[in-house]
Design a binder for this molecule. Structure first.
Ligand code: NAI
Ligand code: MG
Length: 352
């Protein structure tokens, strides 16, 4: 089987870090004759928008649909409003390809130190609902400029949406020998949608009574992420809560330069998309100092999703070898190396 991979480098540091992930992909195929891939690059980014008036061609989704997976860099450029780049490129892909799971590991890799100075291992995953919830397009504004001006935006929770993300969390726990799921909620204050969320989550939890279930309000849970991160295994969260918790999660294990993610379509009907959590980082773009680890780890998640856990593990071992050695690191984690140098050393470690 030859995996077909669509590559969307995007803007800013997106192309810099995605180039390094591409090197790792190629090195793997050279090392392992059972691993074959074909990649196609798409230049759908802010530059494309300025030339064509849209973020991707009209048949963009049709084109992407034929791939097994998508590797996405990052999007965002000060010449195009963020609302356009996000809602006309990332959101259509996530929503149309039913990538309703946003999968974000929070794992302290060997060689990295947590700013928490916690000597216990941190290793859990955040499973964030990625298709509905607080990030809906339903709402509006009224009475602009008047004293009674107002804005309203609705949160949408559906039985199908909440139950399928919860089923995924339990299946993940089961498949990985984990024995606890933590629900992030706020049903004490958001009494309609979050109560409904809890109700549906707990129906699924009841069917999986061999796995422990706990529920915390999001504010308390944020504090526990800092105070006792070692106590979590699988954290289940709505779209907004999961977004915020995962940036906090990345901060306790080394920062945005490290943290990977997957936007997963569990049925396999459509391609899933893998991307570093970080954005296009305009403050460091073009300087060749972006940390490529987050994107290379995202590639590893893609390979695991495609059924090659062995290649995922190989990449993680190479990243950890680089981090333990502490010789070639980008400035965000205390080094002076370039993006390319870090990519080169990871490739070199793979071949050992
Ligand atoms: P950002 O993640 O781009 O940057 C935040 C900070 O982290 C900056 O100081 C940046 O230099 C640093 N940083 C990020 N990635 C790094 C890396 N690999 N190595 C070293 N340092 C790194 O977030 P920000 O500044 O809020 O957004 C910038 C642009 O990115 C905006 O246009 C935003 O809309 C977009 N964005 C796009 C995302 C995506 O493509 N999925 C996700 C988040 C933001
Ligand atoms: Mg975010």
């Amino acid at each position: 089987e030859t995996f077909k991979i669509a590559v969307l480098p995007g803007d800013g540091i997106g192309p810099e870090v995605t180039r390094e992930a591409g090197k790792v992909l190629q090195a793997l195929s050279e090392l392992d004759s059972t691993f074959k891939y074909e990649s196609t690059e798409f230049n759908w980014n802010s530059e494309y928008y300025l030339e064509n008036g849209r973020m991707m061609p009209e048949d963009g989704l049709e084109q992407l649909k034929t791939f097994d997976s998508i590797l996405f860099g990052a999007i965002g450029d000060n010449r195009v409003p963020d609302q356009i780049s996000i809602w006309e490129l990332i959101m259509p892909i996530r929503k149309n390809f039913q990538q309703y799971v946003n999968f974000r590991p929070v794992k302290l890799l060997k060689g990295l130190e947590s700013p928490l100075k916690n000597d216990k291992p941190i290793d859990f995953v955040i499973i964030r609902e990625n298709g509905e919830g607080e990030y809906s397009n339903v709402g509006g504004t009224m009475f602009q400029g008047e004293a009674r001006e107002m804005a309203v935006q609705n949160t949408i929770m559906t039985r199908q949406g909440v139950s399928q993300i919860t089923e995924f969390a339990y299946k993940y726990a089961c498949d990985h020998g984990l024995n606890k799921v933590t629900n992030a909620t706020k049903s004490n204050a958001i009494i309609h949608v979050m109560k409904f969320w809890d109700q549906v989550v707990e129906e699924v939890a009841a069917k999986n009574s061999d796995i422990a279930y706990e529920r915390y309000y999001i504010d308390a849970l944020a504090a526990y992420f800092v105070q006792r991160p070692e106590s979590f295994q699988v954290v289940l969260a709505s779209n907004l809560f999961g977004d915020i918790l995962s940036d906090l999660g990345s901060a306790i294990v080394g920062g945005l330069g490290i943290a990977p993610s997957g936007n997963i379509n569990p049925s396999g009907e459509f391609p899933s998309m893998f991307e570093a959590i970080h954005g296009s980082a305009p403050d460091i773009a073009g300087k060749e100092i972006a940390n490529p680890i987050a994107q290379i780890w995202s590639l590893a998640l893609m390979l695991e999703h495609l059924g090659r856990k062995d290649l995922h593990d190989k990449i993680l071992t190479a990243i950890e070898a680089l981090l333990v050695e502490k010789k070639v690191l980008t400035p965000d984690i205390g080094g002076t190396a370039t993006t390319e140098q870090v990519g080169d050393v990871i490739v070199e470690k793979l071949t050992k």
